[in-house]
Design a protein around this ligand. Sequence first.
Ligand SMILES: Nc1nc2c(ncn2[C@@H]2O[C@H](COP(=O)(O)OP(=O)(O)O)[C@@H](O)[C@H]2O)c(=O)[nH]1
Ligand SMILES: [Mg+2]
Length: 207
Amino acid sequence: MVTQRKGRDKLIRVSLVGYTNAGKSTLMNLLSKSQVFAEDKLFATLDTTVRKVVINNLPFLLSDTVGFIRKLPTQLIESFKSTLDEVHESDLLIHVVDISNIHFEKHIKTVDKTLKEINCIGRKQIIVFNKIDNFQYIEKESDDLTPIKKENLSLEYWKKTWMSKNNQNSIFISCKKKLNINDFKEILYNLVSEIQKEKYPYNNFFY
Ligand SMILES: Nc1nc2c(ncn2[C@@H]2O[C@H](COP(=O)(O)OP(=O)(O)O)[C@@H](O)[C@H]2O)c(=O)[nH]1
Ligand SMILES: [Mg+2]
């Protein structure tokens, strides 16, 4: 159950969503540990893990959720209710994707489908392609004229494809090798502060 917490109600809520094994919990730990000012506070009243995170003096609540798997039966949706409630209450979603998994596009679709089922499809979102350190592809020889297959697509190709999508914040990172983490934090900070100003214009975090 989500209980009302006085004084915490004015914090923006961010949820990590994504297919199981994408690296959500790893990213959560990275964000909350790497910050000197991060409060490592676990709220025991919540079934999902919620921590207060601070980036550049801007605090917000970050929750880790259980993975969204393929073919989620309706009964399971029921048991995931606290996770889904948390997601539903969030102002911003961080969709973590394991780009080193050949099926990552299917995983994105599965997660989007679940988000649609709980009416969260238009929610502000950052899509984080994690595990770039583990990304592999088979470069085609210049004299190889067979059709390009998925395994021939490079990381550069995926970056171009995703970065060119309008209204989609995307970033390619590695939690393990700590690649692009600062760029990710900058995107996150900008979005959280934008939402914060919209939602609670009289809050004084910025003054
Ligand atoms: N190679 C690689 N492995 C990672 C990275 N981030 C997380 N992992 C590993 O992926 C596995 C799943 O991570 P976890 O955070 O538990 O995923 P979750 O199910 O989305 O919470 C763990 O073994 C992590 O150590 C990364 O950037 N690169
Ligand atoms: Mg996890």
